[in-house]
Design a protein around this ligand. Structure first.
Ligand SMILES: [Fe+2]
Ligand SMILES: [Fe+2]
Length: 140
């Protein structure tokens, strides 16, 4: 299936800007968590981080894929596969959370996964998409 969404061209820069804001929010929360990791309320930070990342990350990937499909982004298949690989790993962690609750070892896996997303997915997958969209659409 390759049906186009109902996005209109003027919405694309706004949607991409919102998606990039999410990248910044994840990075900020990740760094806060790293900074607060040794503190005794670590599990509260982890619980908030899990809530923020899991559902919002799924939605983020859906919107990013919709945007790639809509704009005929040439590398969308590779990019989509990376999202699915990441979501499978997230789903494993979510299953562990449902079974064990937010424990440090579960949260540590999630933090490591998000760290990988920030250091690998963003520069190698999201930044080329940013360059493509910037070259095709008037980005503010
Ligand atoms: Fe992405
Ligand atoms: Fe992204």
């Amino acid at each position: 299936m390759n049906s186009k969404s109902n996005l209109c061209p003027t919405e694309i820069p706004t949607l991409w800007k919102d998606l990039k804001t999410f990248h910044d929010q994840v990075r900020a929360k990740y760094h806060t968590l790293q900074k607060d990791a040794p503190k005794k309320n670590r599990n509260e930070h982890l619980a908030e981080f899990v809530r923020f990342v899991y559902l919002d990350m799924i939605r983020h990937f859906q919107l990013e894929e919709e945007l790639m499909n809509h704009t005929d982004y040439p590398s969308q298949e590779n990019h989509r596969q990376e999202h699915h690989r990441f979501l499978n790993l997230l789903a494993d962690i979510q299953t562990q959370l449902e079974t064990h609750g937010v424990k440090q070892e579960v949260g540590t896996g999630l933090v490591a996964l998000v760290g990988e997303w920030l250091s690998i997915h963003e520069p190698h997958y999201d930044e080329p998409l940013d360059e493509f969209l910037t070259s095709q659409y008037a980005m503010k």
